[in-house]
Write a protein that binds this ligand. Structure first.
Ligand SMILES: *Cc1c(COP(=O)(O)O)cnc(C)c1O
Length: 295
């Protein structure tokens, strides 16, 4: 039931990482679909499969006004002839570009207060939503469920054994967990957390993948918090594009690649390291800084 082609691996230009490591490449999940881009389709595919097999005709999920998951759900549901409902955190006077796109894909939006949104995993509230909307297939925020992890594990199928390190940006950690469970034991996976104080994710992720020396998180490259940018990050994004011709998104992959470059320069990686960075997409989220980017 794949609606997307296999992603390609694009080597970065040696001037970006020499002389410190052997190779740095990106797995271009961002190219596989214009809207259901990056990691999102993998997390959704088994959920959508279950929904269609179990005769649901509507998907319901959760997200903020800039959520790539929300718009990916709207587009993927539509592609499979399903409707979608998005429960949005907070009330918006004007819709964000992301929410506008959700509407274009036929998603029905319901805005709830930050307070109410906190019940997103509360069974009683989920039952109330089901009672209100009828037979809806509920996917948790960020596609963070077992079926999401199973789909994310399929990304590992695109990662050759020759890579020593795999770098992934973290939101809920579902993509990281999925890839982690399917990686070879001699490959290391590093997670880059784009929010302030994201260390708690170490314990959250530890519930789904057993703690081991093969995986680690880094949270120092948050640039002030989730969704925050400064001119240093924007300069980095433009510089990265000039050299490698790869657009990064401001929320996740730019912060990850900034961290990876800092680690390369600090010789965190062994000289023989072959590093594969997963481009998880999210480029539609650059709209707010579009006039400051060269791409
Ligand atoms: C959603 C998203 C992530 C985070 O994925 P999780 O599986 O929730 O950790 C990373 N990068 C981009 C671009 C995303 O849109």
């Amino acid at each position: 039931m794949d609606i997307i082609p296999d992603p390609r691996i694009q080597p970065l230009e040696p001037e970006w990482y020499q002389p410190f490591v052997q190779e740095v490449s990106m797995l271009r999940l961002d190219e596989v679909h214009p809207v259901v881009s990056g990691n999102k389709w993998y997390k959704l595919k088994h959920n959508i499969k279950d929904a269609t097999e179990e005769d649901y005709n509507t998907m319901l999920t959760f997200g903020g006004g800039y959520s790539n998951h929300l718009v990916a759900t709207a587009a993927a549901a539509k592609a499979f002839g399903l409707g979608s409902i998005g429960i949005v955190r907070g009330v918006y006077d004007t819709l964000t570009p992301t929410l506008q796109l959700c509407l274009e894909f036929g998603m029905q939006l319901e805005f709830v207060s930050q307070e109410e949104y906190k019940q997103k995993e509360d069974q009683a509230w989920l039952q109330q939503l089901s009672a209100k909307y009828g037979k809806v297939f509920i996917v948790p925020e960020g596609g963070a469920n077992e079926r999401g992890r199973e789909g994310a594990a399929e990304i590992t199928g695109f990662i050759p054994a020759t890579y020593s390190h795999v770098c992934v940006s973290i939101g809920t950690g579902t993509t990281f967990e999925g890839i982690c469970t399917a990686l070879l034991s001699n490959q290391q996976i590093l997670g880059y957390v784009p929010m302030k104080g994201g260390r708690y994710l170490q314990d959250e992720i530890g519930k789904n993948v057993p703690p081991s020396d093969n995986w680690r998180l880094f949270d120092e490259w948050h640039f002030g918090g989730f969704g925050k940018v400064n001119s240093e990050l924007i300069t980095f994004m433009n510089g990265f594009y000039s050299i490698n011709h790869i657009p990064l998104d401001m929320v996740y992959t730019a912060k990850m690649m900034y961290g990876v470059q800092a680690q390369i320069r600090n010789q965190f990686f062994p000289p023989g390291g072959r590093i594969l960075c997963v481009h998880t997409g999210g480029l539609q989220g650059n709209t707010s800084i579009a006039d400051r980017l060269i791409y």
